[in-house]
Design a protein around this ligand. Structure first.
Ligand SMILES: O=C(CO)COP(=O)(O)O
Length: 248
């Protein structure tokens, strides 16, 4: 069976002490024979600290955003080349919180994905519909539009992406998509990838949105759910470890 991938998105949480405690707890509790990939997407300011803390462990380093520009007069931005220097493996792009609060467009997200790929960083392309869009029957159209922008832009690199389906109404709300609802959208995304690459099965499709220790196993049992992108539950070692255990 394909290895699952569990990535924690810390969002704007953490601190020097809290990060050290959290990662020590995760490292201590990881199964000796880990059967899934594990990553943490941390605030960029902690990259050096977390790089050292995950050294010699199976935990991959990730970030929550990357600039679409190579370098120059882009105040506040962090380039893919800078991230590469810290050993970053994954960069979230197009998280709904960035689309919503920072006005990121599908085109921006596509450029960010390309910028990451150019430096050997795997983009985790986040897609998902709002509650209003779901209720209007637009779920498929929305996620397909969001993913299409990236597929068109990255060309033959499609098989190097990770895609995360995160229904906006499920993020931080405690309302998880049912395994059937999530699987239905994942199947749509898989088919869209398959139309673009013969290696669509290789692309990990993560589910995100109130995934926790109690619901992880059922979600991860779906045929097209290859892992999880975990917000709140990634901030407590015990909870994150239980999700990892469900992915074994
Ligand atoms: O946005 C998410 C991960 O990127 C999901 O967040 P929660 O797990 O807190 O709902």
């Amino acid at each position: 069976m394909k290895k699952k991938l569990i990535v924690g998105n810390w969002k704007m949480n953490g601190g020097l002490q809290a990060n050290a405690e959290l990662l020590a707890g995760i490292r201590q509790g990881l199964p000796a024979a880990l059967q899934c990939g594990v990553g943490v997407a941390v605030p960029a300011v902690y990259l050096a600290q977390v790089q050292a803390l995950v050294q010699d462990s199976p935990i991959a380093l990730g970030v929550q955003d990357v600039s679409q520009h190579e370098k120059g007069a882009y105040t506040g931005e962090v380039s893919a080349a800078m991230l590469q220097e810290f050993g970053v493996r994954y960069a979230l792009v197009g998280h709904s919180e960035r689309r919503q609060y920072h006005g990121e467009t599908d085109a921006d997200v596509a450029h960010k994905a390309q910028a990451a790929l150019a430096k050997g960083i795997t983009p985790v392309v986040c897609v998902g519909e709002t509650l209003a869009e779901r209720e209007a029957g637009q779920t498929e159209a929305v996620v397909k539009r969001q993913l299409a922008a990236v597929i068109q832009h990255v060309g033959h690199c499609v098989s190097e992406l990770v895609v995360a389906y995160e229904p906006v109404w499920a993020i931080g709300t405690g309302k998880t998509a049912s395994p059937e609802q999530a699987q239905q959208v994942h199947a749509v995304l898989r088919a869209q990838l398959a139309a673009a690459t013969q290696q669509a099965d290789r692309v990990p499709l993560l589910y995100g949105g109130s995934m926790n220790a109690a619901n992880a196993a059922q979600l991860l049992a779906q045929p097209d759910i290859d892992g999880g992108l975990i917000g709140g539950a990634s901030l407590k070692a015990a909870d994150f470890l239980q999700i990892i255990a469900a992915a074994q």
